[in-house]
Design a protein around this ligand. Structure first.
Ligand code: GDP
Length: 369
């Protein structure tokens, strides 16, 4: 089954989308829908969020691909070079683009595809394949099922770190976990207060000390408090001063050592927050953070704010770090676990619908004959 067929089936289930989480939960509680139906509904909601959040990228990509195909009708070297430019301008990443177009050249030859419009589905297919190829990286957040999970959050100022911590706290609280926050960014003026505001909003405890105090001391307090209060997950904010890598490395190592005195196997995750709208800059930040600490996953914020959503592919392929969550908007529930299929669907929904319309038209023409 081709990739467009897979997505068409997805679309069919999505069309019957009912209203809110509350109403669905009520229906589940009242036995009006089964757990399977509830879970199916949750999946549909997720696809919908990706579709909404990736609108800018999808519009741009669709426009560029259509323009490209109008300009180059036959599959030749000029077409591939122009396609490379489109993909690079979508932040897919140079090496990934080269890998992709190389495989497309071979595939076009193999399948004897001579018209560019016939190559659309193969382009999408190859993108999914490339994403899934290095698939041994898990997209899921590691949760310690037997006690406290400690998650260190790193990233430079302004990328959406505090907002992402707030959204994660909301997500896991909703799932019935007891969440706590540690205000470890004692350097930036206002960071502690900003985290407290999120704590109040979401209804979780924030462990903090005065501005300027030693972040490792805050973490030590926080991990102890989290253990004592029986918390399931502790999200630890940290100061992301990349200007001085040596300092940052020492600070993060000290934080880890201190945490490990209380929970030896912690931290269970080190999540790096990157702002999708900063493109190649985000990639450089990731490389720099990789040098100072073991980053286990990426939170890509503000994916809804960029037309260059290809960056997800570049991160996975060129850095070897999985994207675990993506920010798809400013609402509390707009930080979602990353899902490759929903991501690709979000990027290409219009193309798939367009190919549906074309097929329907061909079908009609056939019936008219
Ligand atoms: P920090 O300095 O890294 O802690 O950044 P903040 O959490 O304060 O976020 C900076 C700005 O980005 C705020 O205005 C947030 O509302 C906004 N923001 C964060 N995540 C997202 C997202 O996924 N989508 C959108 N549209 N805005 C976001």
């Amino acid at each position: 089954m081709g990739i467009f067929d897979r997505f068409r089936r997805k679309k069919k289930t999505e069309e019957a989308k009912p209203a809110s989480l509350e109403s669905q939960t009520d229906m589940l509680d009242d036995g009006l829908i089964s757990l399977e139906e509830f879970e199916e509904w949750e999946q549909e909601q997720l696809s919908y969020k990706f579709e909404q959040g990736l609108k800018k990228s999808r519009d741009k990509f669709q426009q560029d691909i259509n323009a490209l195909m109008a300009r180059y009708r036959t599959v030749d070297e000029d077409f591939f070079e122009a396609l490379e430019e489109v993909l690079i301008s979508a932040d897919v990443g140079f090496n990934t683009v080269m890998e992709l177009t190389e495989e497309l050249r071979k595939e076009a030859q193999l399948k004897n595809i001579t018209e560019t419009s016939d190559l659309k589905e193969t382009i999408v297919e190859k993108m999914v394949e490339i994403y899934e190829r290095n698939g041994d990286l898990s997209d899921e957040m590691t949760i310690n099922s037997d006690g406290l999970t400690v998650v260190l959050m790193v990233g430079v100022n302004g990328v959406g770190k505090t907002t992402s911590i707030g959204k994660l706290a909301h997500k896991y609280t909703q799932e019935g976990k007891k969440v706590m926050l540690a205000a470890g960014d004692t350097f930036r003026a206002g960071a502690i207060n900003q985290l407290q505001v999120w704590g109040d909003r979401v209804g979780v405890d924030v462990i903090k000390q005065a501005e300027g105090s030693d972040p490792a001391a805050v973490m030590y307090d926080a991990v102890n408090a989290a253990k004592k209060r029986g918390a399931d997950i502790l999200f630890c904010d940290t100061a992301g001063r990349l200007q001085n890598k040596g300092n940052l490395m020492n600070e993060l190592s000290k934080i880890k050592r201190v945490i490990q005195k209380v929970v030896p196997e912690a931290p269970h995750e080190v999540l790096l927050v990157l702002d999708a709208t900063t493109g190649q800059n985000a990639l450089s930040q990731a490389k720099a953070f990789k040098e100072v600490t073991d980053v286990s996953g990426i939170i890509l914020s503000k994916l809804d704010g960029t037309a260059k959503g290809g960056i997800v592919l570049a991160i996975k392929n060129e850095l070897g770090i999985p994207v675990k969550f993506v920010g798809l908007g400013e609402q509390l529930d707009d930080l979602q676990p990353f899902d490759a299929e929903n991501y690709v669907y979000g990027l290409f929904a219009d193309m798939i619908q367009e190919s549906d319309t074309l097929e329907e038209k061909l079908e009609e023409d056939k019936n008219d004959d």
